[in-house]
Design a protein around this ligand. Structure first.
Ligand SMILES: Cc1cc2nc3c(=O)[nH]c(=O)nc-3n(C[C@H](O)[C@H](O)[C@H](O)COP(=O)(O)OP(=O)(O)OC[C@H]3O[C@@H](n4cnc5c(N)ncnc54)[C@H](O)[C@@H]3O)c2cc1C
Length: 753
């Protein structure tokens, strides 16, 4: 996250949807930002498929990664903001974009490129018994699941593709090629699979006759049944029905026919074209709103209508970027007219392709497939190449983080355990009337004895944002702050917030503060904690913290020093979040890894804490800045014991180990690793394992000790209570007091070994 913009933000440009045109716009604004303009991408999916290569993925010729663009990485590299959310409406009067399950966001200028929604309404039963090919992002997972079923002994054998356009044709070829190539590996005969293509009118009606003839020949050569002028009216389990009443057997039906405008457009009061899509003029602006731009399949250029194809969405990218830039600078925008003729290249799933252009030109062969591959791969390589956006020196794990803007945020922005401990020791203890747990035996929170005899738990946390979505950061910061109380077995009741917002135009500061606190409220309200006040200020970077007050839980307090010999050690959430966000700062963390780590951070520790207390835990802490090893060493030291830790049993966020192996680690790891002297191992430890043991966590899991005979039952209860990754990771050693504070590592995958 950019700590300080070049100029205070005065204008918000919001891009809705990571469609083909927006991918270009993101790169263009990343390469050449407009001073004072903050670009925000609102994306339902953080990985967006490139349509040209999708049939190649179905055919098994491309990996998922090869045909997807990682929007998280692209936006990070360009220092653009990403909000991972689905846009559900537009309030044009107040210029706000409505989002699903979270507050709306403000825009000054907005551009919409969200693709289309399948229209299954014309085919009875299709919604229940068929797979829609669009939106293409959703299709991939469904295809993967269908393929897995198809390769089972009792899986579907008769496949029907409904739709005689370019997408349906390519898909039929790709499905046939994939099923037949995988058949032998699954112990099946290639001719066990049957693929049929259904077209309501003539096949490829929009393309020239030469292309159609070549495609028909290739379909026949591959034994793909081609039914033209065959409108499918009904899909039922095991069969489909045509308009003439004929019933054809079909175990799996994929529909690639006409699509509808997406709900975001359909529900808006924006001008629509004859088919209900966003009506845009030659400047790509909505006909009835100069602040709204549109591109791709969701929009129709009323003066020069073209068919819905990725090629047009791709071609709209450069003029869209140019027009948005000009609009932001109040400069005139030239008209854009899309080309009439375009090159068509259709893969036939067998290493060949059929192509053509205009009314007459048609060709086919292996060279056509190689040509198509070159075009598609060149575009993908260009869009996936982050080097121009983020120079290698900044992207590399070896890049120094001396520069303040490259130092990690979240819990990785904490002062290390060494300097903190030394400073507190020099400070000594002051008067502490009524303090039950304070600095003399520090724990996750302080406990104050109130005059009536009640106990009050108090804690404070504050850190810099490590993501640039203020609402999401607010949710995580609040979840994190409550953890200290949960880790003590307490019940949080009230919170005060302290918020820092970067300097910007007054309405932007208000909006950022609102989003930040709305996120915090979403977490606090859900936990029944009242936000009762706070303090705010302007600063270099977004930051948020809370002082949380609570009461003792029904089972008393859990202490760091409560481990007993023989106790099993349980960890309730994966680790590795610090590594993932260290890589994310350098635009190197895959979107899937970021998504999983954020989901883990948002998971509440309330129920896991209750389960642990109820199952007999006497010792707990939450794993945060000092990493698993740092916090475990603290517990072992305070409890006067040593522990065994099974490295392979520790749950990790997906992608964390790979990023650690690449050399990524968060700023605090070096300081945390001063505690390495506490580790004992029979084998030399690799650097990635150490990086993860000392990896700082934000809103991390609970680490607890409880009698080992309760551990299995406790684990099952934790899995059922919203901590699906909870694991037994080790045990407290018996009678090893001289070795207090030591962690003996084994590389076992389970505990007990
Ligand atoms: C199997 C198949 C093969 C195809 N092959 C080709 C081909 O070879 N050549 C060709 O030109 N065309 C092809 N097409 C057509 C092509 O897929 C589409 O025309 C193209 O994807 C349209 O691009 P787009 O930019 O409009 O949106 P999309 O590529 O559909 O992207 C839309 C994006 O918006 C996001 N989004 C959607 N709704 C929301 C929301 N409410 N809020 C936030 N984000 C949202 C989605 O997650 C997605 O990332 C093919 C289509 C299919 C199904």
């Amino acid at each position: 996250m950019k700590a300080m913009p070049d100029r205070p933000v005065t204008t918000d440009l919001v891009l809705v949807g990571g469609g083909h045109a927006h991918i270009y716009v993101l790169r263009a604004f990343g390469l050449k930002p407009v001073p004072g303009v903050r670009v925000t991408l609102v994306a339902r999916d953080l990985e967006t498929p490139y349509s040209g290569m999708l049939p190649g993925y179905v055919a098994g010729l491309y990996s998922k990664q090869a045909c997807h663009i990682d929007l998280q990485r692209l936006a990070r590299a360009g220092a653009l903001r990403v909000i991972h959310a689905e846009a559900v409406g537009l309030d044009r009067r107040s210029k706000r974009l409505l989002l699903k399950d979270r507050p709306s966001i403000a825009y000054d200028l907005i551009s919409i490129d969200v693709g289309i929604t399948p229209d299954l309404s014309a085919i009875a039963g299709a919604a229940d018994h068929a797979i829609a090919v669009k939106p293409i992002g959703d299709f991939i997972d469904r295809w993967d699941a269908l393929l897995a079923r198809a390769l089972r002994p009792d899986g579907p054998r008769r496949f029907a593709v409904v739709g005689g356009g370019a997408a349906g044709v390519e898909l039929a070829f790709a499905i046939a090629g994939r099923l037949r190539s995988e058949a032998a590996g699954a112990g099946l005969r290639a001719d066990a699979f049957h693929v049929a293509l259904y077209s309501a009118g003539p096949l490829l009606a929009n393309l020239n006759a030469g292309i159609g003839a070549r495609v028909r020949r290739r379909l026949a050569a591959q034994s793909i049944a081609c039914h033209e002028n065959a409108r499918v009216t009904d899909v039922a389990p095991g069969a489909l029905t045509l308009a003439d009443g004929a019933v054809h057997p079909a175990d799996a039906v994929l529909v690639s026919t006409q699509a509808r405008p997406p709900p975001l457009i359909a529900s808006s009061d924006l001008a629509k074209d004859a088919h209900g899509f966003l009506a845009i003029g030659p400047t790509l602006q909505a006909l009835n709103d100069p602040f709204v731009f549109g591109a791709g399949d969701c929009a129709g250029m009323v003066a020069s209508p073209r068919e819905k194809a990725g090629v047009f969405a791709v071609r709209q990218g450069p003029p869209l970027a140019d027009h948005l830039r000009r609009r932001l600078r109040h400069e005139p925008m030239p008209d854009f007219t899309p080309q009439k003729q375009f090159l068509t290249l259709l893969g036939t799933g067998d290493g060949e392709a059929v192509g053509g252009r205009g009314r007459w030109l048609a060709f086919s062969g292996r060279w056509v497939w190689r040509w198509k591959q070159r075009i598609d791969q060149r575009w993908m390589a260009m869009m996936q190449d982050m080097s121009m956006l983020m120079p290698e020196a900044r992207a590399s794990p070896a890049a120094g983080d001396d520069n303040a803007a490259m130092r990690c945020g979240g819990c990785a922005a904490k002062v290390g355990p060494g300097p903190l401990g030394r400073a507190l020791r020099r400070l000594g203890h002051g008067p502490a009337p009524g303090v039950a747990i304070g600095l003399d035996a520090p724990d996750d929170a302080a406990v104050i004895l109130l005059p009536g005899g009640d106990m009050m738990v108090q804690t404070v946390d504050y850190f810099r944002a490590f993501i640039d979505d203020p609402w999401l950061f607010g949710r995580i910061a609040a979840a994190h702050a409550l953890n200290d109380v949960f880790a003590m077995g307490g019940r949080p009741t009230h919170a005060l917030a302290i918020a820092t917002v970067p300097h910007a135009a007054s309405d932007k500061v208000e909006e950022d503060l609102f989003q930040l606190l709305a996120g915090a409220r979403a977490t606090l309200d859900g936990e029944g904690v009242a936000l009762v006040g706070g303090h705010s200020g302007e600063g270099e970077a977004l930051a948020l913290g809370f002082s949380v007050t609570g009461t003792a839980g029904p089972d008393g307090f859990l202490r760091k020093g409560g481990l007993r010999p023989g106790d099993a050690l349980i960890l309730t959430k994966p680790i590795g979040g610090g590594v993932i966000f260290a890589a994310d700062m350098r635009a190197q963390a895959p979107a899937g890894a970021v998504e999983a780590a954020l989901a883990g951070m948002l998971a509440s520790n309330r129920e896991p804490a209750r389960v642990l207390s109820a199952q007999g835990a006497q010792a707990a802490t939450d794993v945060t800045g000092f990493g698993l090893a740092g916090h475990l060493a603290e517990m072992a030291e305070a409890s006067g014991c040593a522990v065994d830790l099974a490295l392979g049993a520790i749950p990790l966020y997906p992608g964390a180990a790979a990023l650690a192996r690449q050399g990524f680690s968060s700023s605090l790891v070096a300081e945390n690793r001063l505690l390495e002297e506490r580790l004992r191992s029979l084998q030399p430890l690799s650097l990635p394992a150490l990086a993860l043991l000392f990896d700082p966590q934000t809103s991390g899991g609970l680490l607890a000790g409880l009698p080992s005979d309760c551990a299995r039952a406790c684990l099952s209860a934790l899995h059922a209570s919203g901590a699906p990754h909870a694991a037994i990771i080790g045990q407290v050693r018996a009678g090893d007091e001289e070795a207090r504070g030591l962690i003996h590592l084994t590389d076992g995958a389970h505990w007990p070994p």
